[in-house]
Design a protein around this ligand. Structure first.
Ligand code: GRF
Length: 200
């Protein structure tokens, strides 16, 4: 029997992408893969509850505990993050609404393993509020991108991209809501591609 690819998810929020990926494994859309842990920097994040309900081990590394005189101690935080991730022995690390930028130590520690989903057609509109940025620029089409994670914000090579028409009257909220199912499908498809390439 093939050994399952070990996946971990890093997330800070509600975790709808995590849920979609986890469901895709449960219903065998994604095969030979297992989510072996969810790591979050945010206490109380909904994604942690979703993972617990699915009996997936959770790891909270509360970034609020890594503040000294109001300054985030990234190096200290990332030491713990690296140890936690390494203990899970992942083959793939999926960022899904993980709101901290990963420093170069983390990226160097897990080469060719970390991917992210971003709600725009990168290289357009990296960073926060990508949907709002697209609307403000008067774009007619936006979408989402799954890409490798590098030190540059939302800059790594693209794995898969999907497009969505912007409708007359779309707001940041309606556009984000319509984009979400496409994000889920695109993330699942991108992971499927990688699972195939990992096998060969
Ligand atoms: C998604 O829009 C994703 O593209 C972005 O953060 C959001 C996370 O949503 N990186 P969720 O927590 O997966 O529901």
């Amino acid at each position: 029997m093939a050994v399952d690819t070990r996946i971990i998810v890093l997330a800070s929020g509600r975790g709808s992408n995590f849920c979609a990926l986890s469901d895709a494994i449960s219903n065998h859309t994604l095969t030979n893969a297992k989510i072996v842990g969810v790591v979050s920097n945010k206490k109380g994040a909904l994604v942690l509850k979703e993972a617990e309900q699915r009996n997936i081990p959770t790891h909270l590394i509360d970034s609020k505990n890594f503040s000294l005189n109001g300054i985030f101690q990234r190096t200290e935080y990332e030491k713990v993050l690296i140890t936690t991730i390494a203990s899970l022995q992942p083959d793939l690390i999926l960022l899904a609404g993980y709101l901290l930028v990963l420093g170069k130590e983390v990226i160097a520690h897990f080469p060719n393993k970390i991917i992210n989903i971003h709600p725009s057609l990168l290289p357009k509109f990296p960073g926060l509020h990508a949907q709002r940025q697209a609307l403000e620029k008067g774009e007619k089409v936006t979408g989402c991108t799954v890409h490798w994670v590098t030190e540059g914000l939302d800059e790594g090579a693209m794995i898969l991209q999907a497009k969505l028409k912007i409708l007359e009257g779309d707001t940041e909220a309606t556009l984000s809501e319509r984009l979400l199912p496409l994000e889920h499908a695109t993330y699942i498809a991108a992971v499927q591609l990688l699972l195939h390439s990992l096998k060969h």
